[in-house]
Design a protein around this ligand. Structure first.
Ligand code: FES
Length: 100
C-alpha cells in the first residue's frame, strides 16, 4: 500500500492555535508547520503514531470543543464529529480541546 501525504493547505497558510487538554488541564501552542501529535509528544503526552499521514488511524483521539480541520482519510464523516487524527489535523479556530 502506498501512503500519500495529506492534500490540505501547506504550513505557509496554516495559523497557530491553542491545544487544550481537558483531562490534563494543559494548554499548548501549536505553531504553523507543527502537528498536534508532535506537540503532545514534546509535552510528554503519550500518543501513538504510525503513518503520520492520516491513513492508519493509530493516533485518532476524541475531541471535545472547537472546530477541527480534518486532514485524514481514515475517519468517516460521522467519526470526525467526535474524533480527530492528531498527526495531521489542525484547528479552524483559535483553540481545539481534546479528551486527553
Ligand atoms: S498516525 Fe496514522 S492516522 Fe495518525
Amino acid at each position: 500500500m502506498q501512503l500519500t501525504a495529506p492534500t490540505a493547505s501547506s504550513s505557509a497558510t496554516e495559523h497557530a492555535f491553542e491545544l487544550v487538554l481537558a483531562r490534563s488541564q494543559m494548554r499548548l501552542p501549536v505553531e504553523p508547520g507543527e502537528s498536534i501529535a508532535d506537540v503532545l509528544q514534546l509535552a510528554g503526552i503519550a500518543i501513538d503514531t504510525l503513518c503520520e499521514q492520516g491513513v492508519c488511524g493509530t493516533c485518532v483521539t476524541r475531541w471535545l470543543a472547537g472546530a477541527p480541520e480534518h486532514r485524514d482519510s481514515c475517519l468517516s464523516a460521522e467519526e470526525q464529529r467526535t474524533h480527530v487524527a492528531v498527526c495531521c489535523a489542525r484547528s479552524h479556530g483559535p483553540s481545539l480541546t481534546l479528551d486527553l
